[in-house]
Design a protein around this ligand. Structure first.
Ligand SMILES: Cc1cc2nc3c(=O)[nH]c(=O)nc-3n(C[C@H](O)[C@H](O)[C@H](O)COP(=O)(O)O)c2cc1C
Length: 113
């Protein structure tokens, strides 16, 4: 991650929508829009299948990884993994209003809920 950039237009993080396939498609529409991933929990990044969760095509840049979690240390660790993967930005979600998150179907999140 370099210097923070400003983007006039971005596509918001949307669980079950902004996966790598959707982002690849969206990149055909705009070369410059910042594309967000779905929210990925810090614990999933730390323990899960990283290539499946974090893999993306080089054509998706500029791309921001959205991390969800409540523990600053775990969030920092997951952010480092995201940085190693080449994400341009890491966005922090500490209070997702999603019903799925509230119902604790996203283990390890629960922040602000
Ligand atoms: C299906 C769906 C999934 C979403 N998932 C996330 C998410 O993972 N993380 C997040 O921060 N916001 C999520 N949001 C909220 C959106 O990113 C966005 O903030 C919201 O749709 C309001 O944007 P708007 O004012 O442009 O409509 C989601 C919204 C929708 C409709």
């Amino acid at each position: 991650m370099g210097t923070p950039t400003s983007h006039k237009f971005s596509v918001a993080p949307m669980m079950e929508w902004t996966d790598r396939h959707e982002r690849y498609f969206l990149r055909q529409i705009s070369r410059r829009a910042l594309l967000y991933t779905e929210m990925v929990t810090a614990e999933a990044v730390i323990h899960g299948d990283r290539e499946r969760l974090l893999g993306f095509s080089a054509s998706e840049h500029p791309i921001a990884l959205q991390l969800g979690g409540a523990d600053p240390g775990r969030m920092a660790l997951a952010a480092e993994v995201g940085q190693e993967y080449g994400y341009d930005e890491v966005n922090i979600n500490v209070g997702c209003p999603s019903d799925r998150v509230r119902r604790r179907l996203c283990p390890g999140h629960g922040a602000g809920n």
